[in-house]
Design a protein around this ligand. Structure first.
Ligand code: OOG
Ligand code: MG
Length: 253
């Protein structure tokens, strides 16, 4: 398969909400090629009028790596088409086999052009929030290699952000949960994200800078899930919640 065919196959799978075979089963895929495919798929989205809203980190917690059987951090790109309002509707037939996971979001106040450190990372952020990420692998049975999932924009599908809180709000060592129809389905701690969720933004600054993606004021960075992801169904109320940051919910229709 040619590079452009892989890009079209993945792009069509998103648009048609139809699953495909893993790319790596038919051709060898290295990580650099996978990121080039991801960028080309996003480029097609931008050409259709979507706007980049930030990036997401993936596999920043052990729970996620173990659930998906992968061994390294990844990052993907977010656009405005993926954004859902708090209390908004997620239209299930636009997705293949969506899963939900609780996350933390950072809102950037300054462009990031270099790798940040624990000393300066806070200067680049104006607000933090609880977030709900909806992931939807385009691969059959939600099964993939690290390279496959990177090419598939790290399963990015939808996200919803809770109320923004000032950057001084503590986000280390806070409880985070995924709640479906009032029942807690997954529970974790924000420190499951690289030992400290700020480390995820530092990793994002390193990887996005190396990958040539500009992180600008107003962009979001999702830190990666603190817990495993859970399949969701039509007719549910899904929320991510934390005692400190509050909660954000969506309705599946
Ligand atoms: C890949 C996306 C991983 C996270 O928060 O770790 C991710 C997947 O699990 O399909 O979003
Ligand atoms: Mg995630």
């Amino acid at each position: 398969m040619l590079h452009s065919q892989i890009v079209d196959t993945l792009d069509n799978a998103v648009i048609q909400a139809a699953s495909i075979d893993q790319i790596s089963l038919s051709i060898p895929l290295d990580l650099a090629t996978a990121y080039a495919v991801q960028s080309a798929v996003i480029e097609k989205c931008l050409q259709r009028g979507e706007v980049l809203t930030g990036i997401k980190m993936g596999f920043t917690s052990k729970a996620k790596m173990e659930q998906m059987g992968v061994h390294d951090m990844i990052w993907g790109q977010l656009t405005d088409r993926m954004a859902l309002a708090h209390e908004g509707h997620l239209v299930m037939n636009e997705l293949i086999h969506p899963r939900a996971e609780p996350e933390i979001a950072f809102l950037l106040s300054k462009p990031i052009q270099e790798q940040l450190t624990l000393d300066n990372v806070g200067e680049y952020v104006s607000h933090v929030a609880i977030a709900l990420e909806i992931i939807d692998s385009r691969y059959k049975n939600f099964k993939f290699s690290l390279e496959d999932v990177v090419a598939d924009n790290c399963s990015s599908a939808r996200y919803a952000i809770g109320a923004w809180h000032p950057v001084s709000t503590p986000i280390q060592d806070i409880a985070m949960s995924l709640v479906i129809d009032g029942a807690t389905i997954e529970e974790g701690n924000s420190n499951a994200i690289l030992g400290n969720p700020w480390e995820s933004l530092i990793a994002a600054s390193r990887l996005a800078t190396a990958g040539g993606v500009q992180l600008l004021p107003g962009h979001l960075v999702l830190a990666g899930a603190a817990t495993s992801a859970s399949y969701i169904k039509q007719g549910q109320i899904i929320s991510a919640s934390s005692p400190v940051l509050g909660s954000v919910a969506i309705h599946t229709i």
